[in-house]
Design a protein around this ligand. Sequence first.
Ligand code: B12
Ligand code: SF4
Ligand code: SF4
Length: 329
Amino acid sequence: MKQKFDERDIIFSRLRLNSGSQNYKEYYQRNQEKEAADQLTRDEARRRTKYPSSDIMSFLAPKADFEEELFRQEILPNREIAFKVHEKYLNTSINQQINKQDVTQFTKLIKNKAIELGACLVGIVKLSEEDYYSHKGITQFNNFYGKEISLSYKYAIVIAVEMKNEYMKKAPRYEELVATEVAYDKSVIISASLAIYLKELGYDALSNNYINYVAPMVPLSIKAGFGEKGRNNLLVTKEYGSRVRTAAVLTNVTLIEDKPSSFGLQRFCAQCMRCVERCPTQALSPTGESHVSDSTCMEVWLRSRTDCGICIAVCPFSKCKQIPRLNVE
Ligand code: B12
Ligand code: SF4
Ligand code: SF4
């Protein structure tokens, strides 16, 4: 079995550790090489936020009037719905009477339902133990830090949501963050709604999205047949490039799995290299396994107060047409 990835290692979890806490001491005793860079990022994030006592990522907030307007008109309405549906999902109990399904028909039905709900891609993965994180980290919405993840769902219904092209091509400006946030909330609405549907039919279901991840999404979406991992270290799909956000529903109902598929991306990337060249901080590796340096990427986030997205926008498969110009402070 491949080694599992630990959610405590992702940068968002590391930055949320409070210095002086037992978890902080334990983590940096094991990972001394990360402490100095993480502390710099933490200090910079606090320095750049209007809300120093709230979540460490709150530097990603509107600044100009037009940004406030976009926040109110585009992000807030979806966020409210996402949290309502998520709450309903948590409160829905599993029907004690299992509603038996024909596998082929039900796979079709569930995929159609995902598309109706707004997914642009949907695929099925047969889960293995290594698909899960080994332990929980700290996220904005829960803190089960250090809890071992020992789940054994049979299948994942993986969904992708398109990020608005008109906004993504403005990366790394504020519009890009709006495209990210809206697609994140839509991914919660879709995955939580599917989980509610499955629970009502008598099947356990867990919604894996930004509110609570138990499994990393890039490997899952590649297994679901959405596309390949590009030089930009992201899922690149033939249809939307990397301009998608992904989520999943993990369940025990039997489904027909999809297979990973290739469209020749690796050869294309070797000639293209646009994402590597256009990344403002050289966070992407030009050779070997594709890889991103998390703290180097975050330097751009701190400067632009968005989550950048240039490596999505410049990818020819993302079809953003207009190649964005660098605009970071
Ligand atoms: C942490 C995180 C980040 C961090 C670190 C990135 C990273 N790849 O780890 C930072 C801040 C840098 C980041 C940046 C961005 N992110 Co991000 N991020 C995540 C998050 C929350 C967790 C990723 C994770 O678990 N990484 C850890 C491992 C699994 O990933 P990995 O480094 O690629 O590791 C692979 C190999 O290197 C190797 N490996 C590496 N280490 C280890 C260790 C062990 C033990 C083993 C066995 C293997 C192994 O195996 C891994 C599997 O292939 C995911 C959501 C999620 N839960 O999946 C979103 C996610 C990956 N991000 C996403 C996006 C879009 C972005 C940004 C474009 C920002 C934006 N505008 O949205 C940038 C792009 C950066 C880039 N080019 O990669 C999307 C990707 C969608 C897509 N099209 O693929 C995701 C899936 C969010 C979502 N729900 O849609 N992100
Ligand atoms: S999001 Fe921006 S900073 Fe991060 S890897 Fe992509 S281009 Fe580089
Ligand atoms: S920009 Fe070019 S090199 Fe980067 S992922 Fe897209 S096709 Fe590959």
